[in-house]
Design a protein around this ligand. Structure first.
Ligand SMILES: *[C@@H]1O[C@H](CO)[C@@H](O)[C@H](O)[C@H]1NC(C)=O
Ligand SMILES: *[C@@H]1O[C@H](CO)[C@@H](O)[C@H](O)[C@H]1NC(C)=O
Ligand SMILES: *[C@@H]1O[C@H](CO)[C@@H](O)[C@H](O)[C@H]1NC(C)=O
Ligand SMILES: *[C@@H]1O[C@H](CO)[C@@H](O)[C@H](O)[C@H]1NC(C)=O
Ligand SMILES: *[C@@H]1O[C@H](CO)[C@@H](O)[C@H](O)[C@H]1NC(C)=O
Length: 454
């Protein structure tokens, strides 16, 4: 990644039509335009550590057969559904929307965000003997689930064989009167616990809450509880299910706290043609980590909160009153694609970014984005760095692939979006997290970031 980013060389000053001060030199980058586009060949350096490989479902590093990918418009509109449902969840945990067909089976216990388009996936093993299944991981969901045989009403098409509990010697149902069932269950059938999760975009999974051996190579976790979904549908892209990394009590993180002590980290790759990782346990903390506290969630135990405190463009801090951030609050989410900012913060960012990009031709707005450029015919461009600040003087200098979202070479957009209302929750999304080791150190109440980790 780093090789695509050359610090501005002095010689380039000769070609610039506007004066540029020496101090801003390290805050501008010359970007090879082609390096912003994914290649159709996977480049994956050998990982020497035993941890899960994270790949983009639709990129060349995915081991699943290629399927029609979503268009950028679909990705962005699904992203907005996810954001709407997270913000709706926070503001009205009680007021559920009963417009889908499963509402009649009173699924009220669990509520996921929108599934989004499930782009970052890992492979896990379930059962004895272990069957390899590819799942999306999500820090905004708690219940882990997979599709299970026998499918009752409907299972969406899955690219790997659907898990068959009768082939596993360690599979068991979770009983109705157990504590886990009190958390996720909504009904009983022949003393087995029924679970259901409904996502904001209408996707859902319903079935028996079960337990079996889970293999997170090289570790083996016995009696791991998950939803064995016998009626599922949604925008799941052929994957087998979901690994829930949220903070609440039945999540993977909570169930494995005896082993990993609620510490995990991931690195999301810069491009869909490269790979990252997902790691559990104390070695997730890297040495050069900047750490920010996880504030106690005021209204919801289902998300990881952060205190965003400021933004900078080309090294210059933007004038944004601190109450702009504190009024809205912020979470970090692996499943939201584009970072959502309070309107006043977004306006300040957009205005300074546009000022620094005024030598480029603007392109039409699209979907969430209103600051786009046409780089047609250019080999390289100069873009300002963008910094995101969190409490405790943590400043993340975003990777260029975390600043720009490339729809097409003629439409490259500032990869941030504005919330509608000042009180809407802010979300630090996965595009901006690219290439950082993001460590969730729950026992220490901190989230840490270290750059250029993948
Ligand atoms: C419920 O969801 C439907 C479709 O997703 C939407 O049209 C409707 O406005 C929602 N109702 C409420 C009360 O949120
Ligand atoms: C789990 O419960 C369901 C519903 O009662 C039943 O059909 C299934 O056989 C049970 N599985 C096991 C392994 O007990
Ligand atoms: C599953 O979802 C797809 C797309 O949302 C829809 O077209 C289809 O009718 C659904 N199938 C069932 C059985 O609900
Ligand atoms: C930190 O975030 C929490 C939760 O959003 C909020 O209640 C608190 O006021 C924030 N603190 C500061 C110093 O911004
Ligand atoms: C904040 O961090 C910057 C560099 O990252 C440093 O120069 C500055 O002194 C720090 N400020 C405080 C108050 O720690």
């Amino acid at each position: 990644m780093a090789i695509n980013w050359f610090p501005l060389l002095l010689s380039h000053l000769l070609f610039l039509s506007f004066p540029i001060s020496v101090s801003s030199l390290q805050n501008l980058y010359e970007v090879d335009v082609h390096s912003l586009m994914p290649s159709n060949v996977c480049s994956s350096p050998k990982d020497t550590k035993p941890r899960l490989r994270v790949v983009d479902r639709y990129g060349p590093c995915s081991s699943l057969p290629q399927q029609q990918s979503f268009s950028h418009e679909q990705i962005l509109s699904n992203d907005q559904l996810r954001v709407d449902s997270i913000q709706g969840h926070i503001s009205a945990v009680s007021g559920r929307n009963n417009s889908d067909p499963l509402a009649s089976s009173k699924i009220t216990a669990q509520y996921g965000g929108s599934f989004g388009v499930a782009s970052y996936i890992v492979s896990i093993g379930i059962g004895t003997p272990s069957k390899t299944l590819t799942v999306v991981f999500d820090t905004g969901s708690d219940v882990t689930w997979i599709q299970c045989e026998p499918c009752q009403r409907y299972c969406y098409p899955q690219l790997e064989p659907i898990f068959d509990p009768s082939q596993s010697s360690t599979f068991a149902n979770v009983s109705c009167n157990s504590d886990p069932c009190k958390v996720v269950g909504y009904d009983c059938f022949e003393s087995s616990c029924l679970y259901g999760v409904r996502y904001g975009d209408g996707s859902y999974t319903v079935g028996y809450y079960a337990e079996d051996t889970l293999t997170i190579a090289p570790d083996v976790i016995s009696n791991f509880r998950f939803g064995c979904g016998q009626n599922n549908n949604g925008t799941f892209g052929g994957i087998a299910g979901l690994l829930g990394l949220g903070p609440a009590s039945e999540s993977f993180i909570s169930q494995t706290s005896y082993k990993y002590n609620r510490i995990f980290a991931y690195c999301l790759p810069a491009l869909s043609s490269s790979t990252g990782y997902l790691n559990f346990g104390t070695d997730s903390n890297l040495p050069n980590t900047q750490r920010t506290p996880i504030p106690k969630s005021p209204s919801s135990p289902f998300y990881y909160y952060l205190n965003m405190t400021g933004l900078s463009v080309a090294g210059k801090s933007l004038k944004i009153e601190s109450k702009v951030f504190s009024k809205a609050g912020t979470i970090i989410d692996s499943g939201t694609v584009i970072t959502r900012l309070p309107p006043d913060a977004y306006k300040a960012l957009r205005s300074e970014f546009r000022k620094r990009m005024k030598q480029y031709k603007m392109a039409p707005s699209i979907s969430l984005f209103d600051t786009c450029y046409d780089f047609t015919g250019l080999d390289s461009v100069l873009i300002p760095s963008v910094g995101v600040q969190f409490l405790n003087n943590v400043t993340l200098d975003l990777d260029p692939n975390g600043i720009l979202y490339v729809l097409d070479i003629s439409q490259v957009c500032l990869a941030f979006a504005s919330n509608r209302k000042r009180t809407d929750l802010g979300i630090f999304g996965n595009v901006q997290q690219r290439t950082f080791n993001v460590v969730y150190d729950v026992p220490n109440g901190e989230i840490g970031f270290s750059p250029e980790a993948c």
